[in-house]
Design a protein around this ligand. Sequence first.
Ligand SMILES: Cc1ncc(COP(=O)(O)O)c(C=O)c1O
Length: 374
Amino acid sequence: MGMLKGVPHAEISLRALARNLASLRARTRAQLLVPVKANAYGHGAPEVARQLERLGVPWFGVATADEALELRGAGISADILIFGPVYEGLEALIAQGVALSVVDARSAEAVVRAAGSVPGARVHLKTDTGMGRLGEPLAATLKTAERLSRARGVTLEGLWTHLAAADEPDSSFTQVQLARFSDTLAALGRAGITVPLKHAANSAALFAHPASHFDLVRPGIAVYGYHASPFIAALAPELTPVMTLSAPVTFVKRVAAGTPISYGGLWRAPRDTTVATVRFGYADGYPRGLSATPHARVRLQGRLCPIVGRVCMDQLMVDVGDLTVTVGERAVLFGPEGPTAEDLAGGVGTISYELLTQLGRRVARSYVDAVDAP
Ligand SMILES: Cc1ncc(COP(=O)(O)O)c(C=O)c1O
């Protein structure tokens, strides 16, 4: 699909996706599980998963049952793990071969009950080593593992945990978490329970903590070309943002010095200049909080131009100076040439993940530069 005229547009470079994947593969011997939750971090889950499956990615991670079924509905046959516990509709997931996370006795019972009618439930038991979100510590995890390994129709296929601070330069908490994870594995081993797939690493841990790789790694943000933190950015400079977000110029005018622009007239032209209106606003995912900050810039004709005045719901205004800009030209809001989603996120006190996943429904997506499977 080519560039869509007249609408905001996220162009996904499948070549950049493949390059990021290759860079991750070069850093680990573990299998890859790529999280494609939240519509593949805003990049479009079915299309991204289809491309990654062609490139040999064996596992995908999702947050919810609906996301797993959406992938199966799109013809994805690779393994899929749902990160969160599921209490309803388990039979359909088991029938589709979707691996389920169990986080405690209650979620274990839901799986055991469903496996009574549809055998073949694949379970990854989540243990809490310090994230404090889902799962339990060693003793309770061991009990649940024993329950699952006795249950009919259930295969305990994985044991996993999530790291809370792998993106920080201070590795001490990650080491505590990995020690707890090893203790849990050892306790299961003493109880005669073996699990083929042990996993803990997100993108940050993949780069910063080789000891966390185990059998499977779960890098999300790195596949999309961004970093979990500045510390990780320094370790993985080769990643390339996969998405270029652009929107059309819909109006251009010449304004005299002193002309107020946008709500509240907070910005007034400091000199005679040209102002372009761009069809992208906070409802499309541009953070309003960036209004009047140095980070609020778009790329037009290869040049960085400041967004002026307040960002509106559907539009924003750009001071293009003496550039000759015409209606229909596209402004890049973020992309690999900069500004990046990471730059903008930094300007508004959030992370690239939030900007990527907050793109609105009016943003069309297209996929370019398909790469052949190796
Ligand atoms: C359980 C789990 N594993 C892995 C990831 C991937 O994390 P990242 O995108 O930082 O690599 C996430 C995302 O938040 C997650 O929830």
